[in-house]
Design a protein around this ligand. Structure first.
Ligand SMILES: Cc1cc2nc3c(=O)[nH]c(=O)nc-3n(C[C@H](O)[C@H](O)[C@H](O)COP(=O)(O)OP(=O)(O)OC[C@H]3O[C@@H](n4cnc5c(N)ncnc54)[C@H](O)[C@@H]3O)c2cc1C
Length: 410
């Protein structure tokens, strides 16, 4: 046993975590954030990702707190990391085909397992943490038991998975998505692609023994020669390069005159930031959907956090809500019909498994004239248009975007 899960799914706890972290979000974060000191000791990073992923705490709140505490320059590193999250989301919105390729490629990898016993065995050993690469085996257990890994451990893990164990990257990404509480289709898929040399084409990330020893404070000293000395980009997997950029999807906007059902998903748990009083809300529902992350079982820690986050959101709204589960895609239509509402209002559903499911649900809603309306945050609307190539284009805009959002004077 490594440690128990330590994340409590409420906005109050997320805000308390942000408040406790803010004093070290400046110089300390900048110089110490790469050290992975192990479970229970991840004190130099915020561990806010389960909250930010669901917007129990928003990116804007985290960034503005850091600016208030350290000034724009002092908070630069932390803010850039938060912007990486939005960059990845915006990038995937504009290349949704990359998600389709991941999803379909993963299914092909799983199908291959059926007929290849050696491959199955190698995969099972990795998933059980029995590779005899001590650090890797430890991170498997840490992830399964806590639902979290430090960023540097995620990088080493993915690199060892791809270049030393020579396993398909999508099966590793799926293992992360099923077990990370912060599991996010954009950050996860694109980070794995980045390690594999598919995001910044040809540039891979290589896990090296000295680097692991240094940044784990010598907790792990991999034996020289155990890790692959080469990390050749997997560019042959996609010989045609990246797909062209698609326009950012424009969601249907809600009509204030229609009777409305408010739908809460884990994509937007700060739903009270919507101008809810402008709408004639007749009914509220939550939609549990984290099981859609994979066709394989999703960690109960992930499911538990999601359901508790949804319940916390309902409690903050001070209402009661029906608890829906994203299985039968007719469930939204049935709910809307029962409550006699003609539109459903929810937070923007970005590219990923829930969006895939929503497309099915929407076809039933469309057939009966119920509109599905999404609310897009100004934060995303301002940043996503710059997420068309590398991160640099977004990074350059950070001061201007924060000004536009009303950055505090410091
Ligand atoms: C292979 C791999 C898979 C990953 N999968 C996910 C995932 O599924 N979900 C996820 O939220 N992050 C993912 N990340 C990014 C990053 O590792 C986590 O966001 C970070 O470790 C969360 O811990 P923290 O909140 O303590 O981070 P902090 O260092 O405190 O950073 C603050 C916030 O900035 C954002 N952030 C920080 N680093 C990154 C990054 N490299 N990319 C994107 N956002 C970042 C997160 O929202 C994080 O909460 C992945 C990284 C790698 C290398």
């Amino acid at each position: 046993m490594i440690a128990t899960a330590e994340f409590i799914a409420s906005r109050e706890v997320g805000l308390a975590r942000l408040a406790a972290f803010t004093p070290i979000a400046g110089q300390h974060y900048s110089s110490a954030r790469n050290y992975d000191r192990g479970p229970g000791q991840h004190n130099s990073v915020s561990q806010l990702s389960p909250y930010l992923r669901r917007r129990l705490v928003t990116e804007e709140e985290a960034v503005m707190a850091a600016v208030r505490g350290h000034g724009l320059a002092g908070a630069e590193k932390f803010n850039q990391e938060v912007f990486w999250r939005t960059y990845f989301k915006g990038w995937l919105e504009q290349r949704p085909v990359i998600w389709d390729l991941y999803r379909d490629g993963l299914q092909a990898d799983l199908d291959r397992l059926e007929n290849d016993r050696d491959f199955r065995k190698r995969l099972d050993r990795a998933l059980a943490g029995e590779t005899r690469i001590e650090c890797f085996d430890f991170w498997v257990k840490e992830l399964l038991e806590t639902g979290y890994l430090h960023n540097h451990a995620r990088m080493w893990f993915a690199s060892i998975w791809i270049f030393t164990l020579e396993l398909p990257w999508r099966l590793g990404a799926d293992f992360f998505l099923r077990n990370l509480i912060d599991g996010d289709p954009a950050s996860n898929t694109l980070s794995w692609r980045w390690i594999a040399g598919l995001h910044t084409r040809g540039k891979t990330y290589q896990a090296e023994a000295w680097n692991i020893a240094k940044f784990t404070d010598q907790r792990f000293i991999p034996v020289e020669g155990k890790l692959s000395p080469v990390a050749d980009a997997l560019v042959n997997e996609e010989p045609n390069g990246l797909p062209p950029i698609a326009a950012i999807r424009k969601p249907v906007l809600p009509d204030q005159h229609f009777s409305t059902g408010l739908l809460i998903t884990e994509e937007e748990c700060r739903i009270e930031a919507l101008p809810l009083s402008d709408f004639n809300i007749k009914t509220v529902a939550t939609l549990g959907a984290s099981h859609l992350r994979s066709t394989l079982p999703v960690n109960t820690i992930v499911r538990g956090f999601e359901l508790a986050a949804l319940a916390d959101t309902v409690e903050r709204l001070g209402c009661s809500a029906q608890e829906l589960i994203a299985n039968d895609p007719k469930v939204l239509l049935n709910w809307a019909k029962e409550a006699n509402v003609s539109q459903i209002l929810t937070g923007y559903i970005p590219v990923g498994p829930l969006r895939d499911w929503m497309k099915l649900a929407q076809s039933h809603l469309d057939a009966e004239g119920v509109s599905l309306c999404e609310w897009q945050r100004e934060w995303d609307a301002l940043i996503w248009p710059y997420a068309t190539a590398g991160f640099f284009k977004v990074k350059k805009q950070i001061p201007r975007i924060l000004q536009q959002l009303g950055m505090p004077d410091c």
